[in-house]
Design a protein. Structure first.
Length: 203
């Protein structure tokens, strides 16, 4: 009898924990939506599909990656006066909640604007450039450019935004992510940066 009672008690506890988890999850999403509708949507869109190529698409991006970038903007590890002010009052939990909301949104897919340039980018992304020592981007970001929790999803990102980030890595204007990117982009030509960015925009 004691064993049966203990089993029932444990089952009830697990159900209670599950209910609490769902409730917290719903609260987190509601909070994220409130924050996004208050400020984020102006540049990144309500669903993470920015209407301007200057601002990154956040739909489908990894939640942990988004949270890390928001934290870096807040600390100053990643430079942006606009973003620093936007995230100044966000807590780590809110940053992750925002990330989880955007991660769940569908990723828009569009054909690249310049098919020829994208073809060059396709080659560099998957094979690198053995003549200049540029490694294949796919070796870290994956063949489908979906990234990981710590590496960004690059597929379907705006070409203008990706090219800008590559240039900022090269000039050290962006220093918050690992030094590997600095070493890689230092070997890339402007054409290769533009080509890879164009290719990824159509993934």
């Amino acid at each position: 009898m004691k064993k049966t009672a203990l089993t029932k008690a444990l089952a009830i506890a697990w159900l209670a924990l599950g209910s609490c988890s769902i409730a917290w999850g719903q609260a987190d999403e509601a909070r994220a939506k409130k924050i996004i509708s208050g400020s984020c949507f102006l540049c990144h869109g309500a669903q993470g599909d920015s209407s301007s190529e200057v601002f990154p698409r956040l739909a489908g991006q990894h939640s942990e990656y988004i949270a890390k970038q928001l934290s870096n903007f807040k600390s100053g590890a990643r430079k942006s006066t606009a973003m620093r002010d936007m995230v100044a009052k966000l807590t780590p939990d809110e940053m992750l909640a925002i990330g989880k909301f955007f991660e769940k949104q569908s990723v828009p897919v569009e054909a690249p604007k310049d098919a020829g340039l994208a073809a060059v980018g396709n080659y560099v992304f998957h094979n690198g450039n053995k003549f200049s020592g540029v490694p294949a981007c796919a070796s870290c970001h994956g063949a489908e450019a979906n990234g990981t929790a710590t590496l960004p999803r690059l597929a379907s990102q705006y070409a203008v935004y990706i090219e800008t980030q590559l240039k900022q890595f090269n000039t050290r204007e962006r220093n918050n992510d690992n030094a590997v990117m600095h070493a890689i982009v230092a070997k890339m030509t402007p054409l290769e940066m533009a080509a890879v960015a164009e290719y990824l925009s159509g993934k």
